[in-house]
Design a protein around this ligand. Structure first.
Ligand code: NDP
Ligand code: MG
Length: 386
């Protein structure tokens, strides 16, 4: 034990070498805030962006990574341009934070695992699309996957021995429509769907939080991360977002993780694990300031996405690829103002009903199915567009 602690201490003193995929996004920017506070603990090897090269170049100037990646490689200034795959093949990295959004995160994550590099995983699509491939591969390669998603990070912090855990209890804030009527939801504008009461996140995940699809994706994520049957993963609505999730042990003891709703905390936990530092913490947690914690059952009729996600998860194989791809395409159309909020869930339900599940798809098959579902979803939505 003593040696183990010393090893980690040494690792931290020597500076942990990190790359961030998606450094210009909501998670990526907050990760850089954490690293700025802990600058004597980290060395940044690479940063990556999509189209926001202005911000990427500012980040390069400030954090001085050796390498960078962007959709337009020619627009990168101050770092050597390399691909996401090359970033993830670079064994200089101790850990890679995967904070890109969407399916783009999957292949680089697999590359990093194959290279024995630990992963701080924010990108939930990686596990929703290919959890059955990613988790066994990580185990085989001895690679740690530390969840950044606040609920899974909470569970990760609570679990001592997974064999003794009876249930995972995932909390959901309920999003902006928690206490609105079905009619309010039917007529919701993009602006209303993006007005999340607790969390400030990227647009896609914010819309998912409004339909509760995000919670559904998190149930699938939890199933893979903690190897837990769907029957033993429960969702409870908790509007204050102070209890980030909990586990119930077989003896009835419930352990929850609490904290102010800030993604800085799970991001910091994931990239410094198993060490902890004061870092970005601004003040102590106060139970009396929180004053009350409410919990309620999710409204399954209003938030059908949750049911669809459990269904897809239980079906397994390519069903979750279908769920994810159809949902993502529909969310983009909603954000473009082309469809209504409920059209998202209706089209996901339709695509699921038409999908023939492939049991153990490999990575290439996963991407083929993903592409096909996206195409069909867009075709179907053309007919619904307002
Ligand atoms: P954002 O949309 O804010 O950021 C996404 C990042 O990915 C940006 O850096 C973006 O680059 C980059 N990116 C997008 N598409 C591509 C592409 N095709 N190629 C390369 N880079 C790309 O998302 P979030 O930070 O909110 O979320 C990131 C991931 O983390 C998602 O999977 C989300 O589900 C998950 N997550 C997020 C949470 C949050 O609080 N935000 C909480 C839990 C999980 P650019 O902007 O330069 O185009
Ligand atoms: Mg979450």
């Amino acid at each position: 034990m003593y040696n183990k602690i010393n090893k980690y201490k040494r690792e931290i003193i020597m500076k942990r070498k990190i790359s961030i995929l998606g450094s210009t996004g909501s998670i990526g920017r907050q990760a850089l805030e954490v690293i700025e506070k802990l600058q004597d603990k980290f060395e940044i090897i690479a940063l990556s962006a999509g189209s926001n090269t202005d911000l990427l170049n500012e980040q390069i100037k400030k954090f001085k990574p050796k390498y960078a990646c962007a959709s337009d490689m020619n627009a990168i200034s101050g770092a050597i341009p390399i691909t996401l795959n090359d970033i993830c093949s670079n064994k200089e990295n101790d850990i890679i934070l995967v904070a890109v959004s969407g399916k783009i995160g999957l292949r680089p994550t697999i590359t990093a695992i194959n290279n024995g590099i630990d992963i701080a995983l924010a990108n939930k699509e990686t596990l929703v699309m290919a959890g059955d491939i990613v988790m066994p591969l990580a185990k085989e390669k001895g690679v740690k996957i530390i969840p950044v998603d606040s609920e899974h990070c909470a569970i990760h912090q609570c679990i001592k021995d997974i064999a003794q855990v009876d249930r995972l209890i995932i909390t959901a804030s309920g999003g902006p429509f928690l206490h609105k009527t079905v009619n309010d939801m039917r007529n919701a504008t993009v602006e209303q769907a993006l007005a999340h009461p607790r969390w400030n996140m990227g647009k896609k995940i914010t819309v998912d939080s409004a339909t509760l699809m995000n919670k559904g994706l998190e149930v699938i994520e939890a199933h893979h991360l903690f190897n837990m049957d769907y029957d033993r993963i429960k969702v409870v609505v908790h509007p204050q977002s102070v209890v980030h999730s909990a586990i119930e042990y077989i003896d009835g003891s419930v352990i929850a993780q609490l904290g102010i709703p800030s993604m800085h905390i799970p991001i910091q936990y994931a990239i410094t694990y198993p060490e902890r530092f004061e870092g970005i913490k601004s003040k102590s947690f106060s139970f009396s300031e929180v004053a009350r914690l409410d919990f309620e059952e999710p409204n399954w009729d209003k938030f059908k996405a949750l049911n669809l996600a459990y269904e897809a998860g239980r079906l397994g194989g390519s069903a979750t690829v279908c769920l994810n791809a159809s949902n993502e395409e529909a969310v983009f159309e909603f954000l473009d103002g082309k469809i209504k909020l409920f059209d998202i869930i209706n089209v996901v339900e339709y695509m699921m009903s038409k999908h023939t599940v492939i049991k153990n798809p490999n990575i290439d098959e996963i991407f083929e199915i993903d592409n096909e579902i996206r195409l069909k979803t867009r075709e179907k939505l053309q007919k619904t567009m307002v």
